[in-house]
Design a protein around this ligand. Structure first.
Ligand code: TYD
Length: 134
């Protein structure tokens, strides 16, 4: 798999009793999960994220509702709309990302290959661009 942002489809087990989806490494996910977190109760119009990670990779799924993930590679921006629970967005390290346009009651599930490390964040866009393009 090329290390670029991409939508990954996950299995969808259709069932009259209710559908079920899942992902696991290495079949669907290109990394082993070290941490899981979720973002919820986002007020209308709010933006989350707006940073990059030096090392951390992520996979983001809209478990409920919808939102946009906007990724910047230092040169250009790409927007992904997530609105189904049977696919997600793989975000490699060193992409500036923000999450916006959250629908009411949306739920963003994020799995990462690293434990939480404040030092892994790049929170200054100019610093990010310099590191990315330098
Ligand atoms: P942050 O990643 O900055 O949120 P966002 O990018 O969505 O705006 O995290 C917000 C706060 O939560 C920050 O103080 C760190 C804390 N946090 C943890 O303690 N552990 C975690 O795994 C995450 C993702 C955040």
């Amino acid at each position: 798999m090329k290390i670029v942002p991409q939508i990954i489809q996950v299995p969808k087990i259709l069932d009259a009793r209710g559908n079920l989806s899942f992902f696991e490494h290495p079949k669907q996910l290109p990394f082993e999960i070290a941490r899981t977190y979720w973002v919820y109760d986002v007020p209308g119009g709010e933006t989350r994220g707006s940073h990059a990670f030096r090392e951390q990779q992520e996979f983001i799924v809209a478990l409920s509702g919808s939102f946009d993930v906007v990724l910047h590679d230092g040169e250009e921006e790409q927007k992904f709309q997530l609105n189904r629970s049977y696919y997600g967005l793989f975000v490699p390290k060193m992409y500036w990302r923000r999450m916006e346009n959250f629908s009411t009651n949306s739920l963003a599930l994020i799995v990462s290959d690293k434990l939480y490390d404040a030092g892994d964040y790049i929170r200054d866009f100019e610093e990010f661009k310099a590191l990315r393009n330098g």
